[in-house]
Design a protein around this ligand. Structure first.
Ligand code: PEP
Length: 252
């Protein structure tokens, strides 16, 4: 099995103006100064208007720039939407797709997420595909079946042999300060790893499975060292360079 390259990605959501680029620059400077393991990939995914300036600010650094969503179509009359090729053209190398805030707030289902993944791949972007159960689904004992269903439905066959990651983000853990127990995280990540193998064969062993949901400096070490956790998708704690760097450091 080829071990995945760990990835720590910051999801800035709808936060950040030009002045916030200083936080990204501080992350890049600290990594250049030796913070974090050399093998760890680090990305920041700002809102679309900042992508181009973020990519310029981070040019030549170890920090990659990502988008937070894209349209499945390549172009057209879709006011307010952004095509994958536009993200790539602006300097993004990755894109978050199927985030629960998109699934819940914009009615995105697995089929649409899979179509967006296809668009991302055609544009040369590396997708970070989010899955995760709601609280009632966990409490009723359906977390595993819900998440495995999302993995099977949201990851198209075209991912075979391409770089991608899956982010397991329990909806009830996002922005709440709550997190699953370490055994619960490991159980889910092992199940996702098994299904990726069934879907894509041994090449999928290279895809990191990220954990997301209230990762912060105080819990990062335990989460990041859990079995099959190949990094993190970090929301609130990625907005401040100091917190984000603490999380990167926790990976070792
Ligand atoms: C997220 O939005 O992807 C996320 C994990 O948010 P937070 O870290 O703030 O819970």
């Amino acid at each position: 099995m080829t071990a995945p390259t760990p990835l720590i990605a910051g999801n800035w959501k709808m936060h950040g103006l030009a002045a916030s680029l200083d936080e990204a620059r501080a992350v890049a400077a600290a990594l250049a100064g030796g913070v974090g393991a050399k093998a760890t990939r680090v990305a920041i995914c700002p809102a679309a208007p900042l992508i181009s300036r973020m990519a310029q600010a981070l040019a030549g650094s170890r920090v990659e720039t990502g988008g937070q969503d894209c349209r499945a179509e390549a172009s057209g009359a879709f006011t307010g939407d952004v095509a994958a090729e536009m993200l790539a053209d602006a300097g993004a190398t990755l894109v978050i797709l199927g985030h629960s805030e998109r699934r819940a707030g914009h009615g995105e289902d697995d089929a649409l997420v899979a179509a967006k993944v296809g668009a991302a791949l055609r544009a040369g972007l590396e997708p970070i595909i989010c899955v995760g159960e709601a609280l009632d689904q966990r409490e009723s004992g359906h977390a595993l079946s819900v998440v495995i269903g999302q993995v099977r439905g949201s990851l198209p066959a075209g991912l075979a042999g391409r770089p991608f990651s899956v982010a397991y983000e329990p909806v009830w853990a996002i922005g709440t300060g709550l997190t699953p127990t370490t055994p619960e995280i490991e159980e889910m990540h092992r199940a996702i790893r098994r299904v990726l193998g069934e879907m894509f064969g041994p090449a999928a062993d290279r895809a990191p499975i990220l954990y997301g949901g209230s990762v912060k400096p105080s819990n990062a070490a335990e989460i990041l060292h859990a079995a099959e956790v190949g990094g993190a998708l970090v929301g609130g704690a990625s907005l401040k360079a100091d917190d984000f760097l603490e999380i990167i450091r926790a990976l070792g």
